[in-house]
Ligand binder design. Structure first.
Ligand SMILES: NC(=O)c1ccc[n+]([C@@H]2O[C@H](COP(=O)([O-])OP(=O)(O)OC[C@H]3O[C@@H](n4cnc5c(N)ncnc54)[C@H](OP(=O)(O)O)[C@@H]3O)[C@@H](O)[C@H]2O)c1
Length: 256
């Protein structure tokens, strides 16, 4: 994993006024070798001179860190590919088609995308995969809770955990994903993966993978108590990507 003392890097932050943009600005002093050269924003924003397009951001910086919305992230990915630069993206809520497009337009760039940039969730995903493989008959339910303003559901992290479990059972999540339950749903189908999304207050991000069997239950949980874990993970990812070839990477590539 990249150490905070590696090669110097110039950086642009997209969406600096958002919750994650603010967390990135707070985390920057821990990374003295990263210099913020501009912010990519629709409005006046703190931190550095403002630019309005991804092309302008990459003209001023080696890397863009982006926790925004899929439409802007796709435009950033395209510009990163054109200028052969680094795009660290934590945006969630892509449709499957948008995710395919993300992978294709970013060819030539160094991209690190993850629905969750924390090291704790990278470990949780591997524990969930281990449990899903060891307990092929267990009913898996993935519960998540986030603040009342979150726009996408289930969270990108819940889907990431579902993909880890489905992969460990030799399937794609699309084949195992249970429909949201409401009304007369009947008994649960064996082997499916269910999701429940709770929204309220200012919860930053709680996730539990519950493996339910006859007579017992295993619950693997992660709870975020601040956003700094995602911000420092993204900054480490930008430094790590500087030493990689062009490619589309995830947190698992970075942490091994
Ligand atoms: N991967 C992870 O570890 C992780 C962790 C937390 C959150 N997330 C994800 O990161 C994304 C941002 O989360 P957040 O809580 O920081 O969101 P937020 O507070 O709403 O901030 C998003 C920022 O994106 C910019 N933006 C660009 N286009 C936009 C649009 N069409 N609508 C709204 N904003 C737009 C805005 O910045 P300007 O106004 O400056 O242009 C806005 O402040 C979400 O997808 C969230 O799920 C990922």
């Amino acid at each position: 994993m990249a150490s905070p003392n590696s090669t110097p890097l110039t950086l642009a932050i997209a969406g600096p006024s958002g919750r994650m943009g603010q967390a990135l600005l707070r985390a920057l002093p821990q990374f003295p070798q990263v210099s913020l050269t501009c912010v990519l924003s629709r409005q006046d924003a703190p931190g550095a001179p403002r630019v309005e397009t991804p092309e302008q951001a990459f003209a001023a910086a080696d890397a863009v860190i982006d926790f925004t919305r899929p439409a802007l992230s796709l435009a950033i990915a395209e510009a990163a590919a054109e200028q052969k630069k680094i795009h660290v993206c934590g945006t969630t809520g892509f449709t499957p088609e948008e995710m395919r497009r993300f992978r294709s337009v970013s060819a030539g760039a160094r991209v690190v995308w993850s629905a969750n940039m924390s090291l704790g969730v990278a470990l949780l995903a591997s524990l969930v995969a281990q449990a899903a493989k060891a307990l092929p008959e267990a009913d898996l339910e993935i519960l998540e809770m986030h603040h009342r303003l979150k726009e996408d559901a289930p969270s990108g992290t819940a889907l990431l955990l579902g993909e880890a479990a489905a992969g460990a059972r030799g399937k794609a999540l699309a084949d195992l994903r249970d429909a949201p339950r409401d009304g007369l749903t009947g008994p649960r189908k064996t082997g499916t993966i269910g999701f429940a999304a709770l929204r309220g207050g200012d919860v930053i991000g709680d996730h539990t993978a519950m493996f339910a069997m006859a007579g017992e239950r295993i619950e693997l949980s992660h709870k975020a108590s601040n956003r700094d874990i995602y911000a420092t993970g993204a900054l480490r990812a930008a430094l790590w990507a500087a030493g990689q070839k062009a490619g589309f990477y995830g947190m698992a590539d970075m942490v091994g």
